[in-house]
Design a protein around this ligand. Structure first.
Ligand code: HEM
Length: 396
């Protein structure tokens, strides 16, 4: 019913992504410290990502150089990294639970950017009459059922002495607060469920999607792919790339940055609200006004980038070929609500991309030219490459 859906909608304002105030602050801080404790951005997650690179490479090899759509495999791989931090385990790519969760989030992100949901945002009372809105609500409900099931399994084997993952850490904190008589803390079931579903959704499709763009750009611009592979062979050879190699791989690093800049996968970030009255560029904006920080405006800024609309790794290289940081590179946004998963996402992109390029040459399917590879994104809450196939031709 409409009331049930309204209640569900209000509950989605828990967690991190769509929450505000003290609860958001506490959940964001807890997520950042806990994910770091479990290795986000450190050696331990490097090991997990490298292990996952091997599974992903095996999966690609099964296509024996024939054209295939790599969306699923890539999303399963990135989902497994966040899963191991959240739930302490990875899933087989054939596991129906993994497949359902990843497909559902993918669909949700797509639906959120659909015309009917944009209409719903203006006229919320229309919601129940819109097919996409009903799908979206069903997806949210189903996601909660799955998260609850995984959490319940972990609860059964919870041992506060040996914390395995984010969920364990949350449950342990909740338990100890309750034992000391604090019953109204932010550590309640809804915040657990929505933090878990937020991190899972925010950490899977975004990273997978960015990696897909990187590979599509490589197939489209083979001379750039040549240079990445030449640098990898020269600097690393055939051994496994490690995070510490990044400083010796400036061209490869520049290509990953340029892919993220061009792909611009979260073009409008997430809607924000002004926390006080402010005058910005001559406009007075009242406290509490919804503002959209357009990341497109900075990632494609004509006064910042030499050729904003062209794929050009030199944007991140100086005259000697050294990597240079650019202030206008902001795919993770900026400020207090900037992406808390940035360090993990950057590590994943670097290790997945380099491992895949060591193993494979990415080309368009037979009969399709590089020029014909379409870079038009599918519009959703994030910008995904249009459905396409590539060949991953083994280099061995
Ligand atoms: C290439 C991959 C990624 C990109 C491009 C990306 C980008 C973004 C952007 C633009 C925002 C909005 C910031 C704002 O509102 O100003 C965001 C928020 C967020 N991201 Fe990411 N992200 C990525 C990966 C991840 C990963 C791996 C995680 C999980 C560990 C994650 C978790 C989150 C969360 C929880 C938020 C909400 C933060 C808040 O509201 O306080 N993201 N991300």
């Amino acid at each position: 019913s409409t009331e049930e859906h309204f209640e569900l909608f209000v509950r989605t304002l828990q967690g991190i992504l769509f929450s505000n105030g003290d609860s958001w602050k506490e959940m964001r801080r807890f997520a950042l410290t806990t994910l770091r404790d479990f290795g986000m951005g450190k050696r331990i997650s490097e090991g997990k990502i490298i292990e996952e690179c091997n599974y992903l490479t095996e999966e690609f090899e099964q296509h024996e150089g024939k054209a295939f759509n790599n969306t699923r495999a890539i999303n399963y791989a990135s989902s497994n990294i966040i899963s191991s931090l959240m739930f302490g385990k990875r899933f087989e790519y054939k596991d129906p639970d993994l497949q359902t969760m990843v497909e559902r989030d993918h669909e949700t992100i797509h639906l959120t950017g659909s015309v009917s949901i944009l209409i719903y945002n203006i006229f919320p009372w229309l919601g129940p009459c819109l097919k996409n809105w009903r799908y979206l609500m069903k997806n949210v409900e189903d996601g909660i059922v799955d998260a609850k099931r995984i959490i319940a399994d972990l609860k059964e084997t919870l041992n506060p002495e040996t914390c395995r993952c984010f969920v364990d850490a949350f449950l342990t904190r909740k338990q100890s607060l309750e034992e000391s008589g604090i019953k109204d803390s932010h550590y309640h079931d809804d915040n657990l469920i929505y933090s878990v579903t937020n991190l899972f959704a925010a950490g899977t499709d975004t990273t997978g999607n960015s990696l897909q763009w990187c590979l599509l750009f490589m197939a489209k611009y083979p001379h750039i792919q040549d240079q990445v592979q030449e640098e990898l062979s020269r600097v690393v050879g055939s051994r496994q790339v490690r995070v510490e190699d990044r400083k010796n791989l400036p061209y490869t690093d520049a290509v990953i940055h340029e892919s993220q800049r061009m792909a611009n996968i979260v073009p409008m970030a997430i809607p924000h609200k002004t926390s006080q009255d402010i005058t910005f560029q001559g406009y007075f904006i009242k406290e509490g006004t919804t503002v959209l920080p357009l990341l497109t405006s900075v990632l494609y800024d004509e006064s910042e980038w030499e050729s904003p609309h062209t794929f050009n790794p030199s944007h991140f290289l100086d005259g000697e070929g050294n990597f240079i940081r650019r202030d206008a590179f902001m795919p993770f946004s900026a400020g207090r609500r900037a992406c808390p998963g940035e360090s993990l996402a950057r590590m994943e992109l670097f290790l997945f991309f380099t491992s895949l390029l060591q193993h494979f040459r990415f080309t368009p399917p037979p009969g399709v030219t590089e020029d014909e590879l379409d870079l038009t994104p599918v519009v959703g809450f994030t910008l995904t490459p249009s459905p396409h196939e590539l060949c991953a031709v083994s280099r061995q």
